[in-house]
Design a protein around this ligand. Structure first.
Ligand SMILES: [Zn+2]
Length: 376
């Protein structure tokens, strides 16, 4: 029997059920995604998408951060939330160990052996293996999250009408399979580099001199079937760029250093012209415009941004609102109720339509400073 959530949306009891379903899903999916399993240690670590040592650079004295992230339970409640409710969700500093930015996706042994070389002060953006290790953390976290969310929807059961408004959350088995494929691609690139071969990936770097402010991970892709936004399509046509027959996978990691913020883009070798259209910041020579474009990419494409509370306060009320709006509008297209039966996926076409229904103003037809995360 399907339960009608009615015009007033889910009840308190529904949220409690959603929360316990989410926790069950998170526990059920906890495992080492690095492997091989035969060599795993028993203990799983609560791993961050960006190393804790970097997050500490932007946290305040109480180890808190301004986090803009998809939070399944809160998103669920946001289905019926008014704008001021939504604001409350984002207007609170949260712990550096908050579960929305961590996951149990690695055993202690594999976490140590895989990432020790980019721990502490050793991370070097000019080292290709380091770039790939950052991308690897991003795909592991992304894949883990998709496994959890898919299981969460199964756990919720068929009597729920699922309100789908967060198109970047994977809800389909197809999205989970895609995330796994991306993980394998990065693993293969890492193996190639370690054996002194060509990784098949290209990396570009932006360095923004300032106090440490931002950490974020982006994993995104475009392909023929999954058309870009109208703006992207126009540029591709104007420039006569050849499309890729397979999906173009792109990673961006932004991490703080004591005197700068660094952003690294990794993508398949040879597709510069296309990636230039999708993530233009990395080809922009004007540093201010590059940081504005980078902010736009992060706000539009990522599921999680961590901002230093000091930087967040310095933005002021109006800019904070603009940043939240940009994050939310591209995360959540107009709320739309989609009926799901237990475990059934929502068709990819529906998700794609949701994803690209909006094409918010690009930086070149608005003030680039209005949501620049890196400016003072
Ligand atoms: Zn392991």
């Amino acid at each position: 029997m399907e339960k009608d959530l009615g015009p007033h949306g889910p009840t308190r009891e529904d949220f409690r059920r959603a929360e316990s379903a989410y926790l069950r899903a998170r526990n059920a999916e906890a495992r080492c995604l690095i492997g091989p399993q035969s060599e795993c240690s028993v203990q799983l670590v609560e791993a961050h998408s960006i190393q804790k040592a970097k997050l500490i650079l932007i946290a305040d004295k109480r180890r808190k951060l301004q986090i803009l992230s998809i939070d399944v339970i809160k998103d669920f409640s946001m289905a019926s939330a008014m704008e001021n409710e939504r604001d409350k969700i984002f207007r609170q500093y949260r712990s550096i160990s908050n579960p929305i930015i961590t996951g149990k996706w690695a055993c202690k042994r594999h976490d140590d052996s895989t990432f020790s070389q980019i721990e502490k002060g050793n991370l070097d953006a000019a080292n290709e293996e380091h770039c790939l290790l950052l991308a690897y953390r991003t795909v592991l976290f992304d894949y883990f999250k998709k496994c959890v969310i898919l299981r969460f929807y199964k756990e919720l059961g068929r009597e729920f009408q699922t309100t789908v408004f967060s198109s970047r959350i994977s809800i389909s088995a197809e999205r989970k399979a895609l995330a796994e494929r991306f993980k394998i691609q990065v693993e293969n690139a890492l193996i190639h580099v370690r054996n002194g071969r060509n990784s098949g990936m290209e990396h570009r770097i932006i360095v923004i001199k300032s106090v440490p402010k931002i950490a974020a991970n982006v994993v995104t892709y475009r392909e023929g079937r999954n058309m870009g936004t109208p703006r992207e399509e126009r540029k591709i046509a104007e420039r006569g760029i050849i499309r890729s027959p397979s999906e173009i996978l792109m990673f961006v990691t932004v991490y703080p250093e004591p005197d700068r913020n660094v952003a690294i883009l990794s993508f398949p070798k040879g597709w510069d012209s296309l990636v230039h259209v999708y993530i233009p910041a990395f080809w922009e020579e004007d540093t201010n415009l590059a940081s504005a474009l980078l902010s736009k990419t992060i706000l539009d494409e990522t599921e999680g941004i961590m901002i230093s509370p000091a930087a967040w306060r310095s933005f002021g009320e109006k800019k904070q609102r603009r940043i939240i709006d940009q994050f939310v509008v591209t995360t959540q297209p107009d709320p739309m109720v989609v009926r799901t039966r237990s475990g059934e996926s929502i068709p990819e076409e529906v998700l794609s339509n949701l994803l690209y229904r909006r094409d918010p103003d690009f930086v070149d037809n608005s003030d680039p400073e209005e949501f620049n995360l890196f400016s003072d």
